[in-house]
Design a protein around this ligand. Sequence first.
Ligand code: NDP
Length: 452
Amino acid sequence: MSESFDYDLFVIGAGSGGVRAARMAASKGKKVAVAEERYLGGTCVNVGCVPKKLFVYASQFPEAFHASAGFGWTIPQAPTLDWPTLRDNKTAEIERLNGIYNSLIDNSGADLFDGRATIAGPHLVSVNGETYRARTILVATGGWPYIPEFPGSEHAVSSNEMFFLDQLPKTAVVVGGGYIAVEFAGILNGLGVETHLIYRGPHLLKSFDREMSDKIKQGMVDKGVHIHLNTEINTITKTDNSLTVALNNQADMAAGLVLYATGRVANTAGLGLETTNVVVRNNGAIAVNEHFATAEPSIYALGDVIDRVQLTPVAIQEAMVLVDHLFGEGLAQIDYSDIPTAVFCQPELGTVGLSEEQARAEYPDIAVYVSDFKPMLQTLGGGTDRITMKLIVDTASDRVIGCHMVGEHAAEIIQGLGIALKAGATKAHFDATVGIHPSAAEEFVTLRERAR
Ligand code: NDP
């Protein structure tokens, strides 16, 4: 390192992408600093994936209690939920993970600054009253929930607050049709809250395979979520302990809580980017090239702050590619196609590759295979759940180009099929694979009847 720099790499933001980049760079013998103003591990660990999944588990118990009767179990009293226990046990687990992140950074040899860092020039980062010279700066500041402004919008909460509520409401309104809205609608409903999901469009999860998102909508309705499509909120008014939500197309609704899950915006405000040539797009996200370089040669950005794909594992991969580019052989590349993803709504969605709509637009001829069945658990357990699986095949090459599942364990099952699609598996490969019996997953290798 040149004498004139304090650090080879100064990372702003200790979320999934920032920490991975810092650790990888430090492991290559580079002098690295990380600054974090809020919480180690970023959104995913603190107010995202991890606590959300713990809440999903919590919300699934009532169905398991119900199903147990058919298997001979008697539960002496109706089970009840103690919300503070769930919330505080979750918080204790997150604090344990914060500690692990602290050790990971510490053990890597990087310096950790507990404070808000700002950029003071192409090579300058200020934090806790000191300014450091960095050869390269990585902006990995993530995103923040977006709530539109309208009369009473200050009474709405975002996903951030959902993890720390003093008490659960009796009735909740969830606004949005994306990942966070459907996931929290399922959590609240499962925890016993009367839940209304309000979405302005005609279809939930609109960027996913339509057949699958329709199944999810039906599954959510069957489980008790009240879904209001093509509906918008005009105002929210607060009266004593209740909120009144005025809708554009039906009677007012009373709720104890209104959650807005209407997207997330890049965390770039007040970062000092105006002291550099970094270009910020209209939506606040930082513009970068294929190597995550901004228009300022010494400054890079990745993860939610560049708003390509707002997923933790993507930010982690971006970090590995960047560090290889900066300090390694420069051969690593990121491929944004066939990214497997799951939505932990209830029923759960797992998906990789193209939706049927995308496949029809991109390929001249496709074959679609669909299976819809009752999970084995339901035979004795009762309940309304179904499982739907779908394969989309390019008939010219026989390659499987889309793989979708709605139902229990969809995320776990689709992860493996993501490898198959990445490897270019054909329908013949699926057909030649022996199933695991009895499992739901075996259905993916026994689909023979073409649905369309
Ligand atoms: P999404 O972009 O997924 O969905 C936002 C929703 O809000 C859309 O339905 C959108 O409607 C609606 N919306 C936007 N603006 C308004 C408005 N002014 N009034 C009413 N509705 C509005 O964002 P989320 O907040 O759900 O999640 C952010 C990202 O976080 C996701 O895209 C995902 O990448 C990531 N995430 C991933 C998870 C996972 O991997 N399981 C879990 C949670 C989040 P419209 O479609 O009409 O524009």
